[in-house]
Design a protein around this ligand. Structure first.
Ligand SMILES: Cc1cc2nc3c(=O)[nH]c(=O)nc-3n(C[C@H](O)[C@H](O)[C@H](O)COP(=O)(O)OP(=O)(O)OC[C@H]3O[C@@H](n4cnc5c(N)ncnc54)[C@H](O)[C@@H]3O)c2cc1C
Length: 405
């Protein structure tokens, strides 16, 4: 496949690169050390227009499609993994409500309701610079798509009452709105995945609490603490998707779960970039000692280049495949890309440290952080490395409806 960026994509990637190099990268060590949220980076994203990247143009946003989002996100990840990861949570709330929902089949009534509701979310981002988070995980099988969410919403007059607990809620305490996936509680009916709701909850609503410590190995500036929702009142109109649409989207638009991968593609690029600069004696703050003349270093960097190119090729191919109702091979390729990117990002960081040597793992240099951040990708639901393998094996060997009794 001939993968070329459009002029608009190139322009946006260059903008993300400039912000990343000049603003995010120099701040990354401090936010990592403090495990604090990079508000300054979000001010820059706001000022540059990138905060509204995935808001449709008709609502004053950047109008980015899935592929464009992935390219921009990877470029941010190259300079600050944690900023890219939280930018994913925020941007996906806009993308799922915007272009992704446009692709999905829904009744005229649902379409009409959605079109009436979603401008409020877009306006908040475009006009007020609001930040959205995506707390889905609960520490049960729900985020993996195997059980209904245990966070429940009960319909009341003029809105919902929401109760539950979300773990690893990136942007906890920093977001203006939490896009909460939950199950509609229908009296007399067991909780059902088909009744999944996606509600925006204003962060300062009574009953919303951020609790727990945050002192993890990597991705420290995501501040992914625990979110408690204690009988929270959510007004009608805060739905980010019509009732039940998330469940349909998960089947019809599977690439929606691959959007964490660009962050880690960026980290893979960063590990390689660092190694080349280090061996050339060009890392800022280091004595200009060249190590590139040793054959062992040349072989090692060649091995890294091969791995990086293989990873990037699959990334580009998979993000070009993304659409509603992709064919079986495209679905499998998305899982393969996710697995490959998440595993190779960490492997490239490992190879980078082995190749560059002892000095490269000092905390004063970015590689040590890249190594820790890159470790987190394979753990992230719903497409953890293990779940990707499990699904790939099954999809390779079974056609829909086939079973062995
Ligand atoms: C830095 C960081 C930021 C995060 N940010 C967010 C966020 O913003 N929003 C959010 O919703 N979540 C977020 N997460 C959470 C993440 O997506 C996972 O939910 C979390 O890491 C799971 O942790 P756990 O220990 O409960 O894993 P478990 O659920 O216990 O899973 C452990 C492993 O078991 C396997 N597994 C789990 N369920 C199944 C299954 N049904 N079938 C087969 N295998 C399974 C998986 O491979 C998984 O890695 C974040 C995680 C990290 C590390």
């Amino acid at each position: 496949m001939d993968f070329r960026l459009t002029d608009r994509q190139r322009e946006l990637v260059e903008l993300a690169g400039k912000l990343g190099r000049e603003r995010f990268a120099p701040r990354a060590a401090r936010y990592d050390a403090e495990a604090s949220f990079p508000f300054e980076n979000y001010a820059d994203l706001r000022d540059s227009g990138l905060l509204a990247l995935c808001v449709p143009e008709a609502f004053g946003g950047g109008g980015a499609d899935y592929q464009t989002y992935c390219l921009v996100s990877a470029e941010i990840g190259r300079h600050c993994g944690a900023t890219a990861l939280t930018f994913n949570m925020h941007s996906c709330a806009m993308m799922w409500s915007g272009p992704l929902a446009d692709d999905l089949q829904m009744s005229d009534e649902d379409r009409c309701g959605h079109d009436a509701r979603r401008p409020r979310h877009f306006r908040r981002v475009v006009d007020d610079g609001a930040i959205y988070a995506q707390p889905f995980s609960e520490g049960n099988e729900a985020a993996a798509g195997k059980a209904p969410f245990g966070t429940v919403a009960r319909k009341v007059e003029r809105g919902w009452r929401l109760s539950g607990k979300k773990i690893f809620a990136s942007l906890a305490g920093a977001a203006d709105y939490y896009g909460v996936l939950c199950t509609e509680e229908i009296p007399g009916k067991p909780l059902d995945r088909r009744d999944t709701l996606y509600l925006a909850v204003k962060a300062d609503t009574p009953g919303v609490k951020v609790v727990g410590e945050w002192d993890p190995l990597g991705m420290r500036a995501t501040v992914s603490r625990t979110l408690l929702l204690e009988d929270v009142a959510v007004p009608d109109g805060e739905e980010l998707m019509p009732r039940g649409l998330y469940h349909k989207a998960a089947g019809a638009w599977p690439h929606m779960f691959m959007t964490l991968a660009p962050t880690y593609m960026g980290l893979a690029e960063a590990a390689y970039d660092f190694t080349v600069a280090y061996l050339r004696g060009e890392v800022p703050g280091m004595p200009p000692v060249k190590r590139r003349m040793f054959a062992t270093k040349q072989l090692a960097v060649a091995e890294m280049f091969l791995k990086l190119e293989q990873t990037r090729a699959l990334f580009h191919r998979a993000i070009s495949d993304a659409r509603v109702d992709p064919d079986k091979r495209s679905r499998m390729r998305a899982l393969a890309a996710q697995y490959t990117i998440m595993e190779n990002a960490n492997d490239l960081a490992r190879l980078a440290i082995r190749t560059c040597g002892g000095h490269s793992m000092l905390k004063s240099l970015p590689l040590e952080r890249i190594y820790r951040d890159s470790r987190c990708g394979a753990l992230m639901l719903p497409w953890t490395a293990e779940i990707c393998l499990e699904r790939l094996g099954r999809e390779a060997l079974y056609e829909p409806g086939e079973r062995d009794d």
